[in-house]
Design a protein around this ligand. Structure first.
Ligand SMILES: Cc1cc2nc3c(=O)[nH]c(=O)nc-3n(C[C@H](O)[C@H](O)[C@H](O)COP(=O)(O)O)c2cc1C
Length: 169
């Protein structure tokens, strides 16, 4: 993988996250967990390149992010779609995600974990965390649509500095 500067990164984050999906991975090579995400963003804050992710507190990956304050975002070729669907429907609490055949974990130079099959890896360090609150929804439609019942709890919002972007050529 080669490292590129954030301002040289020219792929659509709307497509990468919203359509192709990503894996959020947190922990070290001996003990990590990952989950699929299709909500999030990338931009600039406090004069730093940042990625924002939204993680419900009930996710096992949430525990890792809370503990380490680090995560990677990995983006994959379309052949890995099924693997992403599985990582988004099973929890590492009762499924051995660390030894999942289709995804080969690799240790990045920063000691964070990503995958050999990834096309793009963003290595992130959390700067800021907040929890969504019902009274802050100025439009209640997303609140009613996406929370409660089978959906789950309000998301925690993590804004993280993108320390490195690596691409697999
Ligand atoms: C396409 C897709 C996108 C998802 N996006 C998110 C997300 O942005 N935030 C979130 O908290 N959960 C999201 N999920 C759900 C988690 O990936 C799922 O609950 C996963 O099993 C959690 O795994 P864990 O308990 O091992 O962390 C998504 C699932 C899928 C299939």
């Amino acid at each position: 993988m080669i490292e590129i500067a954030p301002d040289k990164f020219d792929e659509s984050i709307f497509r990468l996250l919203g359509k192709d999906w990503a894996l959020i991975t947190s922990g070290d090579i001996e003990n990590f967990n990952m989950m699929t995400a299709s909500w999030g963003g990338a931009g600039v804050l406090w004069a730093k390149p940042v990625a924002t992710i939204y993680v419900r507190p009930e996710r096992y990956t949430h525990e890792y992010i809370e503990r380490t304050r680090r995560f990677t975002l990995s983006f994959f070729p379309s052949q890995l779609r099924q693997a992403l669907a599985e990582m988004g429907s099973k929890s590492g609490r009762n499924f051995d995600k660390m030894h999942y055949e289709a995804l080969t974990p690799i240790e990045m130079p920063s000691q964070q974990v990503a995958f050999a099959q990834a096309r793009i890896v963003m290595d992130c360090q959390v700067l800021y965390k907040d929890t969504m609150a019902e009274e802050k929804f100025l439009d209640k439609q997303p609140l009613e649509k996406w929370y409660g019942g089978e959906h789950g709890n309000l998301h925690d919002i993590y804004i993280a500095e993108i320390k490195h972007i690596w691409i697999n050529e």
